[in-house]
Design a protein around this ligand. Structure first.
Ligand code: AMP
Length: 111
């Protein structure tokens, strides 16, 4: 846990979230500022700054995060969805605890 990380505080239960999934390694909750009709985040519980900080030891965890996207999207009623991982300030990352965005609920614009 990182003391000044907002996602670590959510994981610790110190600040509220709109949680849709949790197990011993991962949590998922709705984004507080949704950029689509449905927008949730899948977050490993261990504090890893970004995708660029991940190594081979995180391979299974990253695979788990990725594979949770379709099952949680289905639970949220999404027929299709988009995933995104912002990495680094130049990549648009604001919260420096690695996370996967999942967007859906409308026909998303082409990228
Ligand atoms: P990123 O720009 O990839 O780091 O995305 C961080 C995301 O976290 C943004 O979409 C924020 O809206 C979202 N966010 C920040 N604080 C919270 C919070 N307390 N609960 C849920 N989502 C949050």
């Amino acid at each position: 846990m990182s003391a000044d990380c907002i996602f670590c505080k959510i994981i610790a239960g110190n600040i509220p979230s709109s949680k849709i999934y949790e197990d011993d390694e991962v949590i998922a909750f709705h984004d507080v500022h949704p950029k689509a009709k449905v927008h949730f985040l899948i977050v490993p519980k261990v504090h890893i700054e970004s995708l660029a900080s991940c190594g081979a030891r995180h391979q299974a965890l990253l695979g788990k995060v990725l594979l949770l996207a379709p099952s949680l999207a289905k639970e949220q009623g999404l027929a299709g969805f988009r995933t995104m991982i912002n990495t680094g300030r130049d990549g648009g990352q604001e919260v420096f605890h690695v996370h996967l965005h999942v967007f859906g609920g409308d026909q998303l614009p082409k990228t």
